[in-house]
Ligand binder design. Structure first.
Ligand SMILES: [Zn+2]
Length: 172
């Protein structure tokens, strides 16, 4: 049972080392278990040949387990010194989060870029709206007798009108 825990912890170490080198850890975990089991098996056979079939306990303790440890050490060295890859552990990638920017538009997080790398997009402040200039009466048209011209929009109104017929402003 102790041996199982040893293999599990070694798998964890190799997984971490493989991820640190940007490699997918699945193959390294399988390799760890295979190397451990194969080396232990070879150790059992070698031990049985050396010590005889009557010394099963000594064979396991003195030969098979050290062989398994050697297999584990090889898997450790392979995971530790494997060629650099560009694999990223999915559990370390930030999930896309929808947020609302200052302009009210939704901002979607890119699942391939960690949140801390996302760039802040500067928002341009809104320009104040220029007040509307009153429209000047058309030059050259000349005022017509009996008409009142709105000083806001220049429209001609009947002299009896209190409010501009065009823009509704008080023209009295
Ligand atoms: Zn008017």
């Amino acid at each position: 049972m102790l041996e199982v825990f040893a293999v599990i912890s070694l798998c964890r170490v190799n997984r971490r080392n493989a991820l640190a080198r940007g490699r997918k850890p699945g193959g390294f975990i399988a390799l760890t278990i295979i190397l451990w089991v194969v080396f232990e098996f070879i150790g059992m056979i070698a031990g049985t040949i050396i010590l005889g079939s009557d010394n099963g306990y000594l064979t396991v303790l003195l030969i098979a387990l050290p062989c398994a440890g050697l297999g584990g050490l090889i898997s450790f060295l392979i995971a530790k010194n494997c060629p650099q890859g560009n694999y990223v552990d999915p559990s370390t990638i930030a999930k896309p989060v929808m947020t609302v920017g200052p302009n009210g538009a939704p901002i979607y997080g890119n699942p391939n870029i960690p949140a801390y790398q996302m760039q802040q997009v500067p928002v341009q402040p809104m320009q104040p709206v220029q007040p509307m200039q009153p429209v000047q009466p058309v030059q050259g048209a000349g005022p017509v007798a009996g008409m009142r011209y709105c000083r806001y929009c220049g429209a001609a109104n009947n002299s009896t009108s209190k409010f501009c017929e065009s823009c509704g402003q008080n023209i009295e």
